[in-house]
Ligand binder design. Structure first.
Ligand code: PEP
Ligand code: MG
Length: 842
């Protein structure tokens, strides 16, 4: 039994509607051809060679040529094409006209004309010489090349006669294609496209339909959509007296368009019957294959043949348009449509991108920290960025690394480039929130802020005003302005995502720090705000100064004065966010300012603050030195500030409660969620909770209004994860801050990791940057353990992730597997998360 099935697998099979053709065994092309045959398309006779057979051929075995050729009748002339399991794994190129020799050239001359027969023969000699005998095509650079001249050139070069019998020709073609697949560069190339190391190749042998000869003869390619937009449109080329994909190598004088075109003749006009038949078959193909197909066809003496079909190559935008249209035409289900779109590809639609075919001159590479592309003049500080913006000039802000002082400049710029910083560092997080392209941690560059220059990895120097294009999707900086394709948040995009929302079973909220972000979150249909980093509400110049005053104050009185100025600002922002989001929940995280991000770092910043505080620059510098920490990310952050300077959190709690009362009086009722950051001990929660409860009681008695709120804890230190059971006794929700959790679990600075991360990933130390893709083994185990311990104590405990991983499809799958209620990510990643979540539930 086993022997018999082994033999079958080593065999070849004429493709008929009922033949046992399988994609895994014979490759995608063989399977697709069978589908076309089942749809009654005029496909010339085709035989599929299985992957094990092709492997055996590479190893020196020869298939039974007599039986193989027996499938093709007398005077066979054949082509051989690759049939890998996935079409984009590539494979050796097609070889045409196998079987041509002196004898049948004479025979075909009588049928097709002597010119056509000679051309077919010559094409074969050349491709056999190059692809099988591995000779150089330049040897055929002979004036007035004829078959005779080509054959003697071949014989001179090889000292052998050109094989005349089809058995030898075909056997050698098959062997050379089978071996080409095994070559190292072919292997590496396909592995880079996701093929497994052991991926095999199937081959298909097809009877040639000649696009040359008497009557209307030619070949072409047609597709039925516009590859950029996905809209219905017949596009393609046809060339008389040609073969294969010749028509695409044009346009030549004799190339025709498919449809009427003012640029030249068209098949539609010259051969309306052929054109109509092509359109009819295209329609059948679309319905039958449930895909938009690009069809390769040949016309032989007026008769149409379909040789091959592939999924029409298309942009991400077209992919969404096609999937939605196929579902609306009831050709595929909505679930299928949702499953067809790679979630990450959606970010291509949300931002402008460099045109895919544009030629790139890359002068720097770094982490693709925030997607999209922008062109602008280089500027080296916030002031220059703001000046450029005021003059209506697009600019790209370049910094060694960014800090809150740069946020104004980031708002003004079209893109951000930093020499330092990781995937979840300051620049990356802010840029993602703003929807700006960002290349961070471009370690090969040298930024000289004084000279206002940036030196690329290759030594080229660019100065202020030089125009560059930043590609945050690919992590590249390109010289000059690049052609772009626009964002495409269109009807198809919205429709597809509305289907996804019906299918998914895990919530998707947005991280939104300001009312503008909340508008964006709402636009992307986030189900609420999962994280508002309230310290980010203070990036505006005047507010930053007041916040600094509060942080700088040494006396309680001074602090109270600064806080009383912050209170109305916070209240107004919170009320606005509640109005935008109600009745959807808004989760406000109490201040978590890593102090180094909020202290002035430049001379100008110090002078500015000295002005505001009415202190001397020296005094300000002394206070900065006083507050500076050796390890600010492990220092006076988050709840530690809340415990030691209680007035700050109390002011925030008051602002939240007063805003909730204000918004609900206007009909925007909701239960605000308050979250405590960087907790590591239950007692921290107890202390903060009792103070917040006291503020709530005060506000209720002052206003006579009833207040409800939910208090939660951010789990972002390993200890908080381990003690989640304890902590959950005081928290109605836990939200995992996986940025800090990753930083602390690995002991890896999120702001500095960019310096060596690419080496780590290249050397396989980490499979991926753990700041981008959640480390399920390590950090994930802490999440699992904390979820279980938390829910053990409080079964209805709401669980979520609000670190940047919340927008990463694989990380979302992991969160869902732990039974989390929602993920929260920056607004621009919300659509990606919605789609990824739906795919998990289908
Ligand atoms: C986190 O640490 O994952 C988080 C969401 O907080 P932040 O990025 O503000 O530290
Ligand atoms: Mg954090």
């Amino acid at each position: 039994m086993l022997r018999r099935s082994m033999l079958d697998r080593l065999n070849f099979e004429l493709i008929t509607p009922t033949a046992a053709i399988q994609r895994k065994l014979h490759g995608a092309r063989a399977k697709c051809l069978q589908r076309l045959i089942r749809l009654d398309m005029p496909v010339p006779d085709t035989v599929a060679l299985s992957i094990p057979l092709v492997r055996a051929i590479a190893g020196g075995q020869q298939p039974d040529m007599t039986t193989l050729l027996g499938h093709f009748g007398s005077w066979p002339v054949l082509s051989v094409r690759s049939s890998p399991v996935m079409p984009d794994w590539g494979g050796p190129g097609t070889i045409l006209n196998i079987g041509m020799n002196r004898t049948n050239e004479a025979f075909f001359a009588s049928k097709l004309g002597s010119r056509a027969a000679a051309a077919l023969h010559l094409t074969f000699i050349r491709s056999y010489a190059v692809d099988v005998a591995r000779l150089d095509d330049e040897m055929f650079d002979i004036p007035d090349l004829t078959v005779d001249k080509a054959l003697s050139a071949y014989e001179d070069e090889t000292d052998e006669a050109f094989p005349q019998d089809i058995e030898t020709q075909l056997a050698n073609v098959l062997k050379s294609m089978a071996r080409a697949w095994e070559g190292t560069s072919a292997r590496l190339l396909r592995m880079s496209k996701g093929a497994p190391e052991e991926a095999g190749l199937g081959l298909v042998v097809q009877r040639m339909a000649f696009g040359m000869g008497k009557g209307e003869s030619g070949s072409g390619v047609i597709q039925f959509i516009n590859s950029d937009s996905g809209e219905a449109q017949e596009v393609g080329r046809y060339k008389r007296q040609s073969q294969g994909r010749d028509a695409l190598s044009g346009p030549h004088d004799d190339t025709m368009y498919l449809t009427r075109d003012e640029r030249g003749p068209s098949l539609e006009e010259s051969q309306p019957d052929v054109y109509a038949e092509l359109c009819r078959l295209g329609d059948i193909g679309r319905t039958g294959l449930r895909e938009e197909m690009q069809i390769e066809f040949t016309v032989e003496g007026g008769k149409l043949f379909i040789l091959d079909a592939i999924n029409t190559p298309r942009s991400a935008r077209a992919e969404v348009a096609v999937a939605t249209k196929l579902a609306n035409d009831e050709i595929i289900s909505r679930e299928d449509a949702v499953l067809r779109i790679e979630p990450r590809a959606l970010s291509e639609l949300l931002h402008q991108q460099v045109a895919p075919k544009a030629k790139r001159d890359v002068f720097a590479r770094g982490i693709a920290a925030s997607p999209g592309a922008a062109t602008g003049k280089l500027v080296f500080d916030s002031f220059a960025a703001q000046t450029a913006a005021a003059q209506g000039e697009a600019c790209i802000l370049v910094r060694r690394e960014t800090s809150p002082e740069d946020v104004r400049g980031m708002h003004a710029a079209k893109g951000i480039l930093t020499e330092r910083g990781g995937a979840n560092g300051h620049a990356a997080v802010i840029a993602r929130g703003l929807g700006l392209p960002c290349v961070a941690g471009a370690t090969g560059i040298d930024v000289n802020t004084k000279a206002r220059t940036v030196t690329g990895a290759d030594g080229r120097v660019f100065g202020e005003g030089d125009v560059v294009t930043l590609d945050g999707t690919k992590g590249q900086v390109l010289v000059g302005a690049m052609p772009m394709i626009g964002a495409a948040i269109d009807g198809a995009f919205r429709e597809l995502l509305s289907w996804a929302d019906e299918m998914r079973d895990i919530g998707v909220r947005a991280n939104a720090d300001t009312p503008e972000d909340a508008e964006l979150a709402s636009l992307f249909n986030a189900e609420g705000i999962g994280l508002c980093r309230t310290e980010h509400m203070f990036f505006d110049e005047d507010r930053l100064t007041v916040l600094r005053e509060a942080i700088f104050a040494e006396e309680a009185e001074d602090r109270a004065a600064a806080l009383s100025r912050l209170l109305p600002m916070q209240r107004a922002d919170f009320a606005e966010m509640f109005r935008i989001m109600a009745p959807r929940p808004v989760c406000l995280r109490l201040f978590d300012p890593p102090l180094h991000e909020f202290l002035p770092s430049t001379r100008a910043g110090i002078v500015e603050l000295a002005d505001a505080l009415d202190m001397s620059a020296r005094e300000v510098q002394a206070r900065v030195d006083d507050l500076s920490e050796v390890n600010p990310m492990l220092g006076m952050r988050g709840v530690r500030l809340g415990i030691t300077v209680p007035e700050i959190y109390e002011m925030q709690a008051r602002a939240i409660f007063e805003a909730a009362i204000e918004a609900s009086a206007e009909g925007a009722a909701m239960v605000p969620e308050i979250m405590i950051p960087l907790v590591s001990a239950k007692r921290e929660v107890e202390i903060v909770k009792s103070r917040i409860d006291a503020v709530a009681a005060d506000v209720m008695s002052e206003t006579g209004k009833k207040l409800e709120y939910r208090l939660g804890v951010m789990v972002e230190t390993p200890r908080a994860a381990l003690r989640a059971g304890d902590i959950a006794t005081h928290a109605s929700f836990l939200s995992f801050g996986t940025n800090d959790m990753t930083q602390m679990t690995y002991g890896l600075s999120r702001d500095d990791a960019g310096r060596f991360m690419s080496d780590y990933v290249k050397q396989g130390v980490f499979a991926e940057d753990p700041f981008l893709a959640l480390d399920q083994d390590g950090v994930g185990e802490l999440l699992a353990l904390a979820s279980e311990r938390g829910r053990h104590v409080r079964s209805k405990l709401t669980l979520s992730v609000c670190g940047e991983h919340g927008g990463d499809p694989e990380s979302i799958a992991f969160c869902r597997s732990l039974g989390m209620d929602y993920v929260s990510c920056s607004p621009y990643r919300v659509p990606v998360a919605r789609l990824a979540a739906a795919q998990l539930a289908i």
